[in-house]
Structure formats: structure tokens, C-alpha cells
Design a protein around this ligand. Structure first.
Ligand code: ADP
Ligand code: MG
Length: 369
């Protein structure tokens, strides 16, 4: 049997960063005990709200910031205290800062000139990097003659020319408009697959993270909440933070009633809900969460569904579907998304209509923290 263990592109072991202390001298953690492993050739994304520690984590991986404690491994080597220029890592920032007086090709070759790579070789490598981002035809232009998306591609080429093991990208599409941003997401993802370089990406945009990533680390308050593939992040959120941050989620408070026929029974939203495999004591509180698209408005309960009775509040038409806020007798409401293709079969509901909302048992998420 093989005893070889995988060498990760990047491994963070208990990495912490504090910049400041509070009024009592207690350190405030920008990054708090982060442990994770990023595989060779992986597209790995840090996703979380502003201020949660994404950039600080990325800067520590790049060597622009040293951890207050913990260890950073690059290809299995401890680089925790190595400066940025001693790590084979490159960074693409949101502001691409191309030199306006240099042609595109010279912009890309600039870093190699600083490293005293001979001229013929650096122009050849710069041309190859431009081909990798499909911008070779702009080699002789000035950056000002290019669109924002094209300039961002040149910034990528400028990083790729160094043939890094790992490329760090901190909100690189932040300055682009929505349509261009979507195009760049698909393009950069395709490029990463083609080149096989490990990409570590930072964004606060969950759709961007879901679109581009092999795996996502969801962060909040300096801590990693969940590391998983996009499908698992969306369909199996590990806790309330991830459930609430990714996509739309209905969350109801629930109380454990007890065990009936070997199944835990909860009370929530005026209904009783079974939790197969759940283990909590009577009286304990938790959250039951449901995606709006998992819910439907029904006349009667089908097999393996729970029903919630309520009254239609707001009804919003958004083109692809209609959203109903169904108010529950216990307070709170459930957001239900009814796709418009269902309308042939389903009547349009009005405010005040009494309805029943069905949720398949398999679509219930039970979140105890
Ligand atoms: P994000 O990129 O997720 O928006 P950051 O990593 O930039 O978050 O910041 C995380 C926290 O660390 C924030 O509270 C921020 O104010 C703080 N922070 C970041 N850099 C510094 C710094 N150089 N000095 C002091 N505090 C900082
Ligand atoms: Mg940031």
C-alpha cells in the first residue's frame, strides 16, 4: 500500500493575524486560527463579507504580511517567514496599474527586465503570456487603447509571465461592470483549467465564487466557517452563517419536542417536523432552514413533505419566477419561489390568500449552530 501523502500547494496550520488590541489589551484577530489545505492545480476561493479577513489571509500566503502565529507551507516547505520575493507566488490585484507609457508587450515583460532576463527571452516569454490570455494581438498597443476587461487580462499576463506555482487574485473583477465581470469569470476559469496553475481567489460575491471555484472557504470574523465544493456549500451548509450568506434561505426557529417512533420531532412555524438521525434533547433550540426554490404551494401534502399553513403577504414578479412571502401563524414568513413555467398549472395568488407551503423532508436543513 502506498504511504505517500499528498503534497499540498498551500497549507495553513493554525494561522492567526492580529493588528490591534482592544481597550483591555486583548488582541483583535483579523485572521483567527485558520487551518486548510489547497491542492495543486486547484481553483480555491476565499468568500466572505467585507472585513472578514480574506485579503489578510491572501497577503500572508503571498508573503506581504507575516502571520502572528501559525505555519504556512508552500509545496510542503515552511515559508512562514520568507518574504514575498522568495516565494514562487504572484498576485493580481483589483487595480491593475499598467504603465501607460509602455506598450502592452513591454508592460508584461517589465518584471523580467527587473530580474535581468535577457531581452530576447523576456519578449518571447511576454508574448507567450499574452497568448495565454488571448491578447497577443494587442502587443504593440498602449494600455489606454484597451477596455477594462482587456487591461485586466494584461495584468493576468504580467503575473503569468513569471511562471508562478500559485497565482493570488484579490477581487480582480471589482472594477468591471456586471456583464464584463460574468464574461471574465468564465474566461479566467477556463484559463486556469488550461494552465493547471493553482489559483487562490478572493471575492465577497457568492455567485462569482460558486461559478469559478473547485472549492470555497467561507469566512466570517477571521474564521473559516466551511470549506467545500460549491455544490456542498450551497446544498449542505454546515452552519447558520453559511446558510444565510450563500443564496436565499428561509430560517425558522425550532424546538425539540422529543422522540417519536425513533425519530426526533421538532416544532416550528406551527408544524411538526421529523428529523431523521437528529440527536438533541427535548426543549433544545435550533434553526430549520429551507431554500425558497425547494418550497411549493400545494392543495395537500405529498409523501415525505412537511406542510406549513400561512397567508400570502407580498407577491413579487421577477420575470423568471414569482416570489411569495407566506406569513406563518407563529410569526415570521417563508419566501416561496414559483417558477413562471408552472403558471399554466397554478393560479396566481393574491395578498391575504390562505395557502399551504410544502417542503420535501430531504430539503430541510437542521442547523444547531
Ligand atoms: P477583507 O479582505 O475580508 O475585507 P481584511 O483582511 O482586509 O478583510 O481585514 C480584516 C480585518 O483586519 C478588518 O477588521 C481590517 O480592518 C483589519 N485590518 C486589515 N489590515 C489591517 C492593517 N494593516 N492594520 C490594522 N487593521 C487591519
Ligand atoms: Mg479585501
Amino acid at each position: 500500500m502506498s504511504t505517500l501523502s499528498e503534497t499540498f500547494a498551500i497549507e495553513l496550520q493554525n494561522v492567526c493575524k492580529t493588528f490591534l488590541s482592544d481597550a483591555h489589551g486583548k488582541p483583535e484577530y483579523a485572521v483567527n486560527a485558520v487551518n486548510l489545505q489547497i491542492r495543486q492545480g486547484e481553483f480555491f476561493t476565499f468568500l466572505g463579507p467585507s472585513g472578514c479577513g480574506k485579503t489578510t489571509t491572501l497577503r500572508m500566503i503571498g508573503g506581504f504580511e507575516l502571520p502572528s502565529s501559525g505555519t504556512i507551507l508552500l509545496n510542503g516547505q515552511d515559508v512562514s517567514n520568507l518574504p514575498a520575493h522568495r516565494r514562487n507566488i504572484n498576485t493580481v490585484f483589483q487595480s491593475y496599474a499598467l504603465f501607460p507609457h509602455l506598450r502592452v508587450l513591454e508592460n508584461v515583460a517589465f518584471g523580467l527586465a527587473v530580474k535581468r532576463v535577457p531581452k530576447a527571452e523576456r519578449l518571447e516569454r511576454a508574448m507567450k503570456a499574452l497568448e495565454q490570455v488571448r491578447m497577443a494581438h494587442t502587443a504593440d498597443r498602449r494600455p489606454s487603447a484597451l477596455s477594462g476587461g482587456q487591461q485586466q487580462r494584461i495584468a493576468l499576463a504580467r503575473a503569468l509571465v513569471n511562471e508562478p506555482d500559485v497565482l493570488l487574485l484579490d477581487e480582480p473583477f471589482g472594477a468591471l461592470d456586471m456583464k464584463l465581470r460574468r464574461e471574465m469569470q468564465l474566461e479566467v476559469k477556463e484559463m486556469q483549467r488550461r494552465l493547471g496553475i493553482t489559483f487562490i481567489f478572493v471575492t465577497h460575491d457568492q455567485e462569482e465564487a460558486l461559478t469559478m471555484s473547485d472549492r470555497i472557504a467561507v469566512m466570517s470574523s477571521g474564521q473559516v466557517q466551511q470549506v467545500d465544493h460549491p455544490i456542498e456549500i450551497y446544498e449542505k451548509p454546515a452552519n447558520r452563517f453559511t446558510a444565510g450568506f450563500i443564496g436565499e434561505m428561509n430560517m425558522l426557529h425550532a424546538t425539540v419536542l422529543g422522540v417519536k417512533d425513533g425519530v426526533l420531532l421538532l416544532r416550528t412555524g406551527g408544524s411538526e417536523v421529523p428529523w431523521h438521525g437528529g440527536q438533541m434533547a427535548s426543549g433544545e433550540q435550533l434553526i430549520v432552514a429551507m431554500r425558497p426554490e425547494a418550497l411549493s404551494i400545494v392543495e395537500q401534502a405529498g409523501d415525505d413533505q412537511v406542510l406549513f399553513k400561512g397567508k400570502v403577504g407580498d407577491a413579487i414578479y421577477i420575470g423568471s419566477d414569482r416570489r411569495y412571502a407566506v406569513h406563518l401563524p407563529t410569526g415570521g414568513h417563508l419566501l416561496v419561489r414559483v417558477p413562471n413555467h408552472a403558471f399554466g398549472a397554478q393560479k396566481i395568488l393574491c395578498q391575504g390568500d390562505a395557502v399551504q407551503v410544502a417542503c420535501p423532508l430531504a430539503a430541510l436543513h437542521f442547523l444547531s449552530h
